[in-house]
Ligand binder design. Structure first.
Ligand SMILES: CC(C)(COP(=O)(O)OP(=O)(O)OC[C@H]1O[C@@H](n2cnc3c(N)ncnc32)[C@H](O)[C@@H]1OP(=O)(O)O)[C@@H](O)C(=O)NCCC(=O)NCCS
Length: 150
């Protein structure tokens, strides 16, 4: 990274950035993608949760993204990702802080996320920034419409 690329801006995730964000997600180990991440579904998610998801850019270049929303009582973060060459410079932390402030501004007091057991670097990141595991909860799911998208 040179000095120029150190200038990172955080701005709302607009659906116009979908292709670049999806490309980043695909390149990031630890981000689990499915049919629910289609252009149409992400557009619907951003419409339901305006100005809660963010991208990090340097110039025109996307280097990070976070999806965040709430259901009226709890917040949820999905698919936090930072381009490999830009990691450990505080971008992930900044994206999380922006998402949490957006939730706070909506009166949401707690936020959850899902992370793969095997994503040990990701777990270390979340723990470093103060997140803790729930010991009393496991995630359960069901398929509402037939398909392979659980
Ligand atoms: C997890 C991820 C988003 C972190 O982004 P990042 O921009 O590198 O994180 P930051 O630089 O803001 O890190 C914040 C702190 O956590 C530390 N940290 C980051 N990754 C870490 C890791 N793997 N292990 C230990 N500490 C880590 C940083 O050193 C920093 O500590 P500091 O405040 O003492 O300097 C990034 O590594 C990534 O995109 N991983 C792949 C996708 C992924 O797993 N996402 C999470 C899915 S839930």
């Amino acid at each position: 990274m040179n000095d120029q690329t150190r200038i990172i801006s955080i701005s709302p995730f607009s659906i116009a950035m979908y292709d670049a964000v999806y490309d980043l997600w695909q390149r990031c180990e630890g981000v689990g993608l499915s049919g629910s991440d289609s252009l149409q579904n992400i557009a619907a998610y951003l419409d339901r949760n305006p100005s809660m998801s963010f991208v990090a850019t340097t110039g025109e270049h996307l280097v990070g993204a976070i999806l965040c929303g709430h259901d009226g009582r709890r917040g949820y973060i999905h698919h936090l990702a930072v381009e490999e060459n830009y990691r450990c410079c505080g971008i992930g932390r900044r994206l999380v802080e922006r998402a949490l402030s957006a939730l706070r501004a909506e009166g949401i007091q707690k936020c959850h996320l899902f992370i793969f057991h095997k994503n040990e670097p990701g777990i270390r990141f979340w723990q470093k920034i103060g997140w803790t595991f729930r010991q009393d909860i496991r995630v359960m799911s069901t398929q509402i419409v037939e398909g392979n998208d659980l």
